[in-house]
Design a protein around this ligand. Structure first.
Ligand SMILES: [Zn+2]
Length: 118
């Protein structure tokens, strides 16, 4: 076993233990860590949504332009990698300078994710 691999997986386990995992509400596929939430103040299609720096086990769909409350964005649906349910979307591109920080980040709807082990 390589030490660096062991080190990073131990760190991941520590983060999971400390901060908790978020799973798909349908199949419990692990999709993100609570620690990776940047903001809880986002609006999804069906209520509150969270902005994440990283997600996992997510499949991104086709890109499309959408005009949101904060202006024009290129977004792509974010599907659960296991059951294919749409859990949110990815910001591929933001056109307003004040919204650029969202590029490459993910929105997951609060109603579509469940907390595990915390
Ligand atoms: Zn799922």
């Amino acid at each position: 076993m390589k030490m660096e691999n062991f080190g990073s997986s131990a760190f991941s386990l520590l983060r999971i233990w400390l901060f908790g995992i978020l799973g798909c509400y349908k199949c419990r596929n692990h999709v993100s860590l609570h620690d990776d939430i940047i903001s809880k103040a986002f609006q999804g299609r069906n209520g509150r949504a969270f902005l994440f720096t990283h997600v996992m086990n997510i499949v991104v769909g086709a890109k499309e332009d959408r005009t949101l409350m904060t202006g024009l964005h290129t977004v792509a649906d974010a599907h659960c990698g296991d059951c294919n349910e749409v859990l949110g979307w990815k910001y591929e591109r933001a056109y307003e300078p004040t919204q650029k920080y969202k590029e490459g980040k993910f929105i997951l709807e609060k109603s579509k994710i469940v907390k595990e082990n915390w």
